[in-house]
Write a protein that binds this ligand. Structure first.
Ligand code: BES
Ligand code: MN
Ligand code: ZN
Length: 489
């Protein structure tokens, strides 16, 4: 697994600043004030710091932006960085500011002189998230980053408060690694093995094999994976940190590669479909976070792991399959496979766990990208309060999410001549009809949210808190939802 950079907290020591190696970071507030740390650094550098912070150009440096002095005189550091951050910075501003610092972290390490500034932990957390790099499949690895030391007034308190962010960063990286891995490495078997390894963290992990799924009648899921030489699997992860209350259920689409099947996708860009297990990746990362920080809640995560590919025994357009629920589905398009996987896993989850709420995550539709681009995931729900809590959690964590509508009129697009429903509803409102398909498999009394993460799971450019590639969108949101709504005390 890709390890986060090492972060530790130390008591502010003005004398140690002169000999700190690598990068030294000084904070400047909205007025350009740098406090006692700044006074010491200014003295060491014979006035260079104040020349910078009092310069005309520095007035234009915005919140979260940096200015750099290279090889500062009077210090052993290679780089002196001034980071602009208002005294009352929000969590999001502090994290993004930390993200900006990641570019200044080299092999020599980094000392962040936060002293009495609030949000030192948020800055460090943002730095950690943005410093992620996936080089597991490169023979030439980048030079290892040095350690990050955060100088604060109360290092013990800061260290204690950083336990949860540290667990979260590791979990986000777990998700990003899964999403970034190519499909020849992350087979369904390898995926299941990585989840089984989480037993060591205290999670209960089981794998349903094809024979088990046949007995359960998960024919929609099995039909998707039929043509693959990789065995289809459902992995069930349970975290029982609460009492005897019903769990929250998280369901993830885990299509390790989506060729489209017989309804084959065009060649251009098809390689991106290694990320089609993104929903399963987020569920796995969230379960990891809950276990690492020993959350006082009951949560069960289920992922459907399949490869959607072509062979003589592949399912064809026009086939009719019987789902675990019993509804028959006419497969108009074999490329609408995610919903076929989810419907059986969702039914199984409700049947077995009678969850208090259910959230499914999936890179479900290209239409979601057309609707919301790469800034917001689309949320669909049958329960305003549940949806509101989820949106609030996403807002707190700075992960974009936007509610989309459902409605019977949309469901009508799924009417089939020969079966109970079709698996696609035509081009109009493609993400909504996909959600309506899933809704058929939600029991009446189950509060449910569907999150279409097709646009946010992977990005082609850098983001404030992640480099291009897998983002891990959703791990922070779901962890926050659990922390705020399901944990006791
Ligand atoms: N995995 C894709 C959706 C997708 C597209 C995710 C682009 C991320 C980026 C999904 O299985 C799919 O192929 N959906 C089809 C549905 C259509 C056949 C109704 C789509 O969006 O074209
Ligand atoms: Mn598809
Ligand atoms: Zn897909």
């Amino acid at each position: 697994m890709t390890d986060p950079v090492s972060v530790s907290f130390a008591a502010t020591d003005l004398d140690a600043i002169a000999t700190a190696k690598g990068t030294v970071v000084v904070l400047a507030d909205e007025e350009g004030r740098t406090g006692p740390v700044g006074r010491r650094v200014n003295k060491l550098t014979r006035g260079a710091l104040n020349r910078l912070t009092e310069s005309e150009g520095f007035a234009k440096v915005k919140t979260g932006q940096t200015r750099t002095i290279a090889m500062p005189v009077g210090m052993e550091a290679e780089t002196l960085v001034v980071l602009r951050l208002p005294k009352k910075a929000t969590q999001d501003e502090a994290r993004r500011a930390g993200g900006a610092l990641a570019a200044t972290l080299g092999t020599g390490g980094l000392t962040l002189c936060a002293d009495k500034a609030r949000r030192a932990g948020d800055i460090a957390f943002g730095l950690m998230l943005r410093a992620y790099a996936f080089d597991a499949r490169k023979t030439e690895k980048a030079d290892a980053k040095g350690a990050v030391t955060v100088m604060v007034a109360d290092p013990d308190a800061a260290e204690a408060a950083f336990a949860a962010p540290r667990a979260l960063a590791e979990s986000v990286f777990f998700t990003r690694d899964l999403v970034n891995e190519p499909a020849n490495v992350l087979t369904t078997t390898e995926f299941a093995d990585r989840l089984l390894a989480m037993k060591d963290l205290g999670l209960k992990v089981e794998v349903l094999e094809e024979a088990d799924m046949e007995k359960l009648g998960m024919n929609a899921l099995l039909a998707v994976g039929m043509a693959s030489v990789m065995p289809s699997k459902v992995v069930v992860m349970q975290w029982n940190g609460g009492g005897d209350e019903a769990p929250l259920a998280l369901i993830g689409k885990g299509v390790v590669f989506d060729t489209g099947g017989i309804s084959l996708k065009p060649a251009g860009g098809m390689e991106e479909m290694t990320m089609d297990m993104g929903g399963a990746g987020v569920v796995a990362g969230t379960m990891r976070a809950l276990a690492l920080r020993k959350a006082k809640a009951n949560v069960v995560g289920l992922v459907g792991l399949v490869e959607n590919t072509v062979a003589g025994n592949a399912q064809r357009p026009g086939d009719v399959v019987t789902t675990m629920k019993g509804d028959t589905v006419e497969v108009i398009n074999t490329d609408a496979e995610g919903r076929m996987v989810l419907c059986d896993v969702m039914w199984y989850a409700q049947d077995r766990f009678k969850p208090a709420g259910m959230i499914d995550l999936a890179t479900l539709t290209g239409a979601m990208i057309i609707a919301l681009g790469h800034e917001h995931a689309g949320i669909f729900s049958n329960d305003d309060a549940f949806c509101g809590a989820l949106l609030k959690a996403a807002g707190t964590e700075g992960e974009g999410a936007w509610r989309m509508p459902l409605g019977d009129k949309y469901a009508e697009q799924l009417k089939s001549r020969i079966a109970d429903c079709k698996n696609v509803g035509g081009r109009p409102a493609g993400s909504i009809t996909a959600a309506e398909f899933l809704k058929r498999f939600v029991k009446d009394d189950t509060p449910w949210c569907h999150i279409d993460i097709a646009g946010v799971a992977l990005k082609s450019g850098d983001s404030p808190l992640s480099p291009k590639g897998a983002t891990g969108w959703g791990v922070l949101t779901l962890d926050r939802l659990v922390a705020d709504g399901y944990e006791k005390g």
